[in-house]
Design a protein around this ligand. Structure first.
Ligand SMILES: [Zn+2]
Ligand SMILES: [Zn+2]
Length: 461
């Protein structure tokens, strides 16, 4: 294999680079049919058994890379961090550790603390963990100007290779554009040793793709949002790969975890290609994010992101089916909620989160085309729009079967959301982001309340 050397003196020729991911590293500047040039600034990536012993091979030589700052939480420290730290020190690196308290959050408070207590000026951040630690690593690398190496500890979500970070600012969950890690190292033995619930959650996060893709296309058709066929294709490939091995996730087979993490990395790359979370985050993600930000007000501890997303995916699939069956809009559009109505609806949120939500909802109201014009487009293009959506959604029954096989929750009741809470959630979640999703389509058509009243989110209703 020819060793190509990118910037920072890192070679990306590697026996553990999966063939499906190789084309995206140091890709030549080829234009895409969407009119843009997509570059994924990940330089080295390895997936394989035993790779936590090989992390030094993925980094520059000790003197060249500067000081290393390893970021972990108590669980990920135990799963891999301690060993990675030992190996890096043995290789001659000067390494500092920052082990956060249990269950850290990627929020403004934690980030400010980390920046205030930096033990060194890091050349590299070594983030050992999954969603939260990975996102904190991206944010910290961005703020300090360091390079980022992420060592994955669970196949629990698709954000490793994405160019965004989920971040809670002033109580509201947002996504920030953020460079993906320069280096990603995945030890499949570490993934398979993690609780199987984590792998099931990753599978759930991944399988939201048919829904988020449908929402993205819907937004393209109704609002003219730019869309990228390459990003959609990469995300579709990722889902197809992982769905072959749903049973292996539940039974903890290392090979299934290899397939799953490859798909999750591809899904992350699809977001890096799009430069946004659009190919992998639609209404189903809003439902999960809204549950997260409502945790205190609703006295319901959040479940794993991918578990909530899995349920949201099936609910959104049923909402699409419900709207299609009800037929094109007949009467005039319903009126949009004003700020006063929103303040009442979202009164349980912390004050700052409420203000941030109001700003998003205002931006959504000012979106062009407005609700009236969107309904005209819907009426005139009804069949064509559904043809596009159906093609993207594919086999919804198969989705439910595969999610259940992998060990994912598939019902609100399985994630501690009772019918009353489900109704509140479905009614409110769409206000938190301006992105157009099936939840907005339901509101535009004046059918969201009927969906809630009939409890049509539940297959058994
Ligand atoms: Zn997700
Ligand atoms: Zn493109």
């Amino acid at each position: 294999m020819i060793a190509l050397t990118g910037d920072h003196g890192l070679s990306h020729s590697d026996a553990h680079l999966p063939a499906s991911l190789a084309p995206w590293l140091d890709r030549p500047d080829e234009g895409c049919s969407c009119g843009r040039i997509h570059q994924v600034p990940i330089t080295r990536l390895g997936v394989g058994p035993g790779l936590i012993d090989a992390v030094p091979d993925y980094l520059p030589r000790p003197a060249a890379g500067g000081d290393l700052l390893l970021l972990a939480d108590p669980d990920t420290w135990q799963a891999a961090g301690e060993k990675v730290a030992r190996t890096l020190r043995a290789a001659g690196h000067r390494l500092f550790e920052q082990v956060l308290p249990a269950a850290p959050r990627a929020d403004d408070v934690t980030l400010a603390d980390l920046l205030r207590t930096l033990p060194c000026t890091p050349g590299w951040i070594i983030a050992v963990g999954s969603g939260t630690i990975g996102d904190l690593g991206k944010l910290l690398a961005d703020r300090t100007g360091a390079q980022l190496c992420t060592v994955a500890t669970a196949a629990s979500m698709n954000g490793y290779a994405s160019s965004i970070a989920a971040f809670t600012r002033r109580g509201l969950k947002i996504t920030l554009p953020m460079a993906p890690p320069r280096v990603i190292v995945v030890d499949t033995q570490v993934l398979a040793a993690a609780p199987s619930r984590l792998g099931a959650a990753g599978f759930g996060d991944l399988l939201s793709k048919p829904l988020s893709g449908a929402d993205w296309k819907l937004s393209h058709l109704l609002l003219g949002e730019a869309i990228c066929p390459t990003a959609l294709q990469v995300a579709d490939d990722a889902v197809r790969r992982a769905r072959r091995d749903a049973a292996g996730i539940a039974s903890g087979e290392p090979a299934a975890y290899g397939t799953l993490i490859e798909a999750l990395l591809l899904s992350g790359i699809s977001m890096s290609i799009a430069g946004a979370s659009s190919p992998a985050s639609g209404g189903e993600h809003l439902l999960s994010h809204y549950l997260d930000i409502s945790a205190e007000g609703w006295a319901r501890p959040p479940r794993l992101h991918g578990e909530q997303v899995a349920v949201g995916t099936l609910v959104c699939a049923r909402l699409y089916a419900f709207l299609r069956a009800a037929g094109p809009p007949a009467g005039p559009p319903p009126s949009e909620e004003d700020d006063d109505a929103l303040r009442i609806l979202h009164a349980h949120l912390p004050a700052e989160a409420l203000e941030a939500l109001l700003a998003e909802a205002r931006a959504a109201r000012q979106q062009k085309p407005d609700r009236m014009a969107r309904l005209t487009r819907l009426r005139e293009g009804w069949e064509r729009i559904w043809h596009t959506v159906d093609e993207q959604l594919g086999d919804a029954a198969g989705l439910e079967r595969d999610l259940a096989t992998a060990g994912c929750p598939t019902r609100f009741s399985q994630i501690d959301v009772d019918p009353s809470l489900a109704g509140q959630l479905l009614r409110r979640a769409r206000h938190m982001r301006r992105r157009y999703t099936v939840l907005d389509l339901a509101a535009d058509l004046g059918r969201l309340d009927a969906f809630i009243a009939e409890r049509a989110w539940d297959a058994d209703a």
